[in-house]
Design a protein around this ligand. Structure first.
Ligand code: DC
Length: 205
């Protein structure tokens, strides 16, 4: 496809957005940007002692390859730097130009359908109960050798949800025109099939 077509996928931590976004991007042959990685890269620099706004303003694509961006500590730091308006505005242009690239783009995050790409051609809001999300994240972390407890993972998920949802700048919430997908009782293949069907309906418009 030569024209721009933006698919915005938002939702809370560990709802399945990442897996879903990759599968949707592969299905349509679109480029994919995990915008959480931008905040994680800034959060990682904060943990190294850098000023968060400076880190956001000087971020490079190499920073997105840094090790340990998936760790629970970096996730919490990402959620903390994400409340800072100047951090968010420093990351805005990169996300918007990625979204309008020729050939189509899938962006996943918290505010893609509401703030970054309010005119996205298709918007999904992917969610699941906090318990189900904590179970999934715990299984991933345990498989990668982490010793973190399930109770700690659940507490982290709830803390991050509250911070992401209650902040003044670009809070986590579904866009009015987003299609809601609750993956609590759904396997990933069903969620992907549902997302693809919803997007195909928009593509046909
Ligand atoms: O999607 P994730 O878990 O990798 O995101 C890490 C944190 O980054 C999340 O807790 C809040 C922040 N974030 C955000 O504020 N806006 C986005 N579009 C993506 C992530």
């Amino acid at each position: 496809m030569a024209r721009a077509f933006t698919i915005a996928i938002d939702g809370p931590a560990a709802a399945g957005k990442g897996t879903l976004s990759k599968a949707v991007a592969a299905h349509f042959g679109f480029a994919h940007l995990d915008t959480g990685l931008l905040y994680r890269a800034v959060g990682a620099k904060l943990l190294l002692g850098m000023d968060a706004v400076m880190a956001a303003r000087t971020l490079t694509t190499d920073d997105l390859q840094a090790e340990d961006l998936r760790s629970p500590e970096v996730a919490q730091a990402a959620s903390k730097v994400a409340v800072i308006a100047d951090v968010r505005s420093a990351l805005l242009d990169f996300q918007r130009s990625f979204a309008r690239r020729a050939g189509g783009a899938v962006l996943d995050g918290r505010d893609i359908g509401t703030v970054i790409c309010p005119n996205a051609e298709a918007k999904l809001f992917v969610t699941a109960s906090a318990e189900v999300r904590a179970d999934r994240r715990f299984a991933e972390l345990a498989a990668s050798g982490s010793a973190i407890s399930r109770a700690q993972v659940l507490a982290d998920v709830k803390e991050r949800d509250a911070r992401d949802r209650d902040r003044a700048e670009a809070p986590l919430k579904p866009a009015a025109d987003a299609i809601l997908i609750d993956t609590s009782d759904m396997d990933i293949d069903t969620a992907v099939a549902e997302a693809i069907a919803a997007i195909e309906a928009r593509l046909a418009d």
